[in-house]
Design a binder for this molecule. Structure first.
Ligand SMILES: [Zn+2]
Length: 534
């Protein structure tokens, strides 16, 4: 008898998105990956044959969901394997509580839920697969929620990051209700920022991120990567204490004191070093930007693909093949997004989340796309009879390094969703959202096949007056129906006044036009990029 075990660890999205610092994010991604690894190792030891994910090499993020086939085992034995995984995961969570604070473990234990289901492969693999998915969905619907504080929730000061659970670890002068002092016994610890309070869950993310990373602490690092590629940051000993100091606006007595960076130095010492840094930038013609980008994507219509709707082939073979290609792709994606171009936070299965330096944004997007085609889609097409291409849709957010990270991550999730909906859910699209420091938000979508053209337009418009963009917007933004022909006439008139005009640029712009709203936001995005990048 053959059985399938499907195991998932939740929550994933909320756990990752609720991050204040880059290291919280790395920490959460690593914790999830470690948990999956623990579960997968047990399945392997018990002789399970992996379907998702297939390749289990080091350095790849493990997805929070795995599917394993067991042959020659009774159903009770497999259920015991799943229970064993649950036990080991709880043990792992207990181990994260290095401060031995009972509240930390209570928060963690209540936060994570493990769902699993087992189904028999009776006549064929497909019916077994459909059944195990259905069972898992059912298990999620009938979940019994453990509630903190006997169902009334916790009372007291809430965590500064998630706002959901009580503060357990804090720094600075936070006051707590008497009851919380007595029940939760909040502890002072320098891992929290000044006047920040962390719950058990947010504490372990910060702690894990601290241990695991350290290379890139902040979004300021990402924004500066193209400069650190060529300028030795270590030569600026004082500024290098904290990447934010490379931005002039942070060099104030107040900031240095708050961050505990002053030591026996004076503000003037920092300013002197900054002048030296700034002079070097000018000499070498390096442009400093305060912005960076986040990319999030996942495979289009995964449910359809897994159900076998788009193919005429043995579905198990297809699952295993696809799973292997996706694992290989994840490794490649991590290679593409690394210093000085950026840093991948998560790359596993068809999922990706990474931070990118603005100067490399288009290059990275193109590389991620081309490799997907080469490693995943092309080989699937060659080996199976597929009814369409296997694509992905991406959300890209460009944000200021000081914009709260949780907000930026929420926006990138939103952008990815918009990309999937764009053009009547045609998929294979990118949505760009620009969050300007002023609060202005620009959001534009295009099909992936137009990315090259977008890059062409960006390069073409570089160093030319972009005033035609705001003029165009002024004229058309209040009108209901604007088609390309109306825009074209006006564009030609406006462009003729500048040196950019020729038929080629008009053709290129025509290609980018889907509707006026996306078109004008896209042009504004290009305008913004051209001001910010090298
Ligand atoms: Zn929290």
């Amino acid at each position: 008898m053959s059985y399938l075990l499907l195991f998932t660890i939740t929550p994933v999205q909320d756990f990752i998105v609720q991050s204040r610092k880059l290291k919280d994010l790395f920490g959460s991604s690593d914790i999830l990956s470690c948990m999956s690894e623990i579960g997968m190792k047990i399945c392997k030891r018990e002789g399970g044959e992996f379907i998702f994910p297939l390749l289990q090499e080091k350095e790849v993020s493990y997805p929070n969901r795995f599917l394993v086939e067991f042959k020659d085992k009774r159903i009770e034995e497999i259920k015991n394997i799943a229970k064993d995984i649950e036990d080991k995961l709880l043990k792992f969570l207990r181990g994260l509580n290095d401060l031995n604070h009972p509240k930390i473990y209570e928060h963690l234990e209540n936060y994570f839920t493990f769902y699993w289901a087992v189904s028999e492969i009776e006549s064929n693999y497909k019916s077994g697969f459909d059944k195990v998915e259905k069972l898992l969905a059912g298990a999620k619907n009938t979940r019994f929620f453990n509630q903190l504080g006997n169902g009334e929730g916790e009372k007291g000061r809430k965590c500064s990051i998630c706002g959901e659970r009580n503060v357990v670890i804090y720094n600075g002068k936070l006051k707590f209700p008497k009851e919380q002092y007595e029940n939760d016994k909040p502890k002072k610890n320098k891992i929290a920022q000044k006047n920040e309070g962390l719950c058990g869950v947010c504490y372990v993310k910060r702690r894990y991120g601290d241990v695991k990373k350290g290379k890139f602490d902040s979004t300021a690092d990402i924004a500066l990567m193209h400069i650190f590629e060529k300028v030795k940051r270590k030569e600026f000993r004082l500024l290098n204490k904290n990447s934010q100091l490379f931005f002039r606006e942070n060099l104030t007595e107040k900031y240095l004191k708050e961050q505990g960076l002053l030591g026996n130095k004076k503000l003037e010492d920092f300013l002197k070093e900054w002048e030296k840094f700034n002079k070097l930038l000018k000499e070498k013609n390096f442009k400093q930007t305060s912005y960076y980008a986040v990319i999030m994507f996942d495979g289009d219509s995964m449910g359809e693909w897994l159900s076998g709707k788009n193919l005429n082939a043995d579905i198990k073979e297809f699952h295993r093949f696809m799973s292997k290609r996706l694992s290989l792709y994840s490794m490649e994606a991590k290679e593409i997004v690394k210093f000085p171009k950026g840093e991948a936070v998560y790359a596993g299965g068809d999922d990706f989340l990474g931070f990118v330096n603005l100067n490399y944004l288009f290059e990275v997007l193109k590389d991620l796309r081309e490799k997907w085609d080469e490693i995943v889609n092309k080989l699937l097409q060659e080996n199976f009879e597929l009814k369409k291409d296997f694509t992905f849709s991406a959300g890209v957010v460009v944000a200021h390094y000081k914009t709260p990270l949780a907000y930026v991550l929420g926006k990138v999730r939103e952008a990815e969703k918009t990309a999937k909906e764009f053009n009547n859910k045609r998929k294979n699209a990118i949505t760009f959202t620009v969050l300007k420091r002023s609060g202005e938000i620009r959001k534009a979508s295009i099909g992936f096949e137009k990315l090259d053209n977008l890059v062409g337009v960006q390069k073409r418009l570089k160093n030319y007056s972009d005033s035609f963009i705001s003029k165009l917007e002024k004229e058309f933004s209040l009108m209901n129906e604007v088609d390309w022909y109306m825009v074209e006439v006006e564009l030609r008139r406006l462009l003729k006044k500048s040196e950019i005009f020729d038929d080629e640029i008009v053709e290129k712009l025509d290609n980018l036009f889907e509707n006026f709203n996306d078109f004008s936001h896209l042009l504004n995005f290009i305008k913004f990029l051209n001001r910010e990048v090298q």
